[in-house]
Design a protein around this ligand. Structure first.
Ligand code: GLY
Ligand code: MN
Ligand code: MN
Length: 459
């Protein structure tokens, strides 16, 4: 008996250990890629410039609200995978005539603040014994050293590269503040725009990035399936969004990729409707543009549903025009194709389709109800960086998202999918989520059948 108890104890302890180990693996996989992925990006960027690159992470003071959670600045994260506040990185190229002596990639971070760490948990610090293996940088120094080190570099390099602020920076003026700081630190240097090199790098996704994005997409697809099954007249728009957000979070998404849009009736015609206050009525069409963010990478998916589970004849007509326009645009996706510029671009394909199929109530073409762009890049940002006028290349991820918005009929339809450009054409990363009227009505009917078998508690 005692022997049996001992064996049970050992078995239980082994299970707990295995579980903890799995948690560690899963915890790691949720956010970061291996250090050499970031290191490869740094080497690539460093070899394309003739002066030090300086990128500043967020300080954590950008959003002072009580609900703010720290998320890293995108370019900084792309190059470092480092997810703590108050850091900066410097990449130093070798000039042909004068190779740089000393480390070429340096991470600058604040030292331990034990008082703060009691509240927020331990953070990495320059003196930590494992700091180099943890961060993958050649050197990690106190942030306070940055100014002096840059002044020293300015004796050798005349160009410095950083992200320049736009004329009117929206929100917290992160770039404006740090550009001024940098110009004060190296007054004699020419400060150049690093995004000319960095944004094209971010456009082409690695397998590691695609894996993270697919996790965001899969969680978001599951959420859209749930909405198809549970959509009922009488529900509030926010209730649909609440279910979807819960599914994202349970799947490991750290936040929404953008404010969820669930717009019923007239609201379906409002492009970025995010109030979600209205009750969904029978006969409404509902646009749901909802996507999660996983490991920093965004999903961006829209489906449009009939509240009752069956499209009306007119809703179906408009829906199928949008669907066929999307199919026409998808068919054109391949390396060399253009989104907005040049003959046969995707925007033109969609506009021409709308102008040659169907009519409004006055008998006029539908093109004027298409009021946004067909596509944007997707990545660390839902509207990811990069020039939208350049030809597509394998490895880019784009959305294809035509829509028609007819306020006088309370009909808005958008269908949005996430698409990887491949060397021969394209792969729809959101393909698991059906788009046709028949498939959508079938899933909605299944949801109703399931509810009859297992009625939801309503009190
Ligand atoms: N969800 C924002 C967009 O589709 O661009
Ligand atoms: Mn989009
Ligand atoms: Mn969207």
């Amino acid at each position: 008996m005692r022997h049996l108890r001992q064996r049970r104890f050992i078995l239980r302890a082994a299970c707990i250990l295995l579980f903890l180990q799995l948690c560690l693996i899963v915890g790691h996989a949720r956010f970061k890629q291996p250090n050499d992925e970031y290191q490869g990006r740094r080497t690539g960027l460093r070899s394309s410039v003739d002066g030090p690159v300086v990128i500043f992470g967020y300080t954590g003071h950008e959003d002072s609200s009580e609900v703010a959670i720290f998320f890293q600045e995108e370019n900084f994260y792309y190059l470092s995978g480092y997810d703590y506040p108050g850091a900066a990185l410097v990449l130093i190229p070798d000039l042909p005539e004068k190779p740089h002596e000393g480390p070429h990639e340096i991470l600058y971070i604040p030292p331990h603040n034990r008082g703060e760490e009691k509240w927020e948990g331990t953070k990495p610090s320059p003196g930590d014994p494992d700091i180099l293996t943890k961060t993958g940088f050649e050197a990690v120094k106190p942030f306070a050293n940055l100014r002096g080190d840059l002044a020293e570099l300015a004796k050798t390099y005349s160009n410095f590269y950083t992200e320049l602020p736009p004329k009117h920076e929206e929100g917290y003026p992160h770039l404006t503040i740090w550009n001024k700081w940098l110009r004060d630190a190296v007054p004699q240097a020419e400060v150049q725009d690093v995004t000319k090199t960095l944004s094209p790098m971010r456009l082409i996704k690695s397998q590691g990035e695609l894996d993270l994005m697919q996790k965001a997409i899969d969680a978001s697809i599951d959420a859209h399936f749930d909405a198809m099954k549970h959509m009922r007249p009488g529900m509030f728009e926010y209730q649909i969004a609440a279910r979807m957000k819960e599914i994202h979070e349970l799947a490991g998404c750290s936040r929404e990729a953008y404010a969820p849009i669930v717009g019923s009736g007239f609201n379906s015609t409002v492009l970025h409707y995010s109030r979600l206050n209205d009750q969904i009525k029978a006969g409404d069409i509902v646009v749901m543009d909802v996507g999660g963010e996983y490991g920093g990478y965004a999903a961006d998916i829209t489906r449009t549903l009939p509240a009752t589970g069956k499209f009306t004849a007119r809703q179906r007509e408009i829906y199928e025009i949008v669907l066929e326009a999307q199919n026409a645009a998808l068919a054109a996706v391949k390396p060399g194709a253009r989104l907005y510029d040049g003959p046969g671009n995707l925007q033109e394909i969609v506009t021409n389709y709308f102008n040659s199929h169907g009519h409004d109530k006055q008998g006029k073409p539908l093109g004027k109800y298409y009021i946004h762009g067909v596509s944007h890049y997707l990545g660390l940002n839902v509207h990811d960086v990069g020039d939208r006028d350049r030809p597509l290349e394998a490895g880019m991820v784009i959305t294809v998202e035509p829509g028609l918005y007819i306020p006088e009929e309370n009909i808005g339809v958008r269908i949005e999918d996430d698409v990887l450009v491949t060397k021969d054409g394209y792969q729809i990363l959101t393909a698991r989520l059906p788009r046709t009227v028949e498939e959508i009505e079938k899933i909605m009917a299944e949801g109703r059948k399931e509810e009859k078998k297992h009625p939801q508690k309503t009190d």
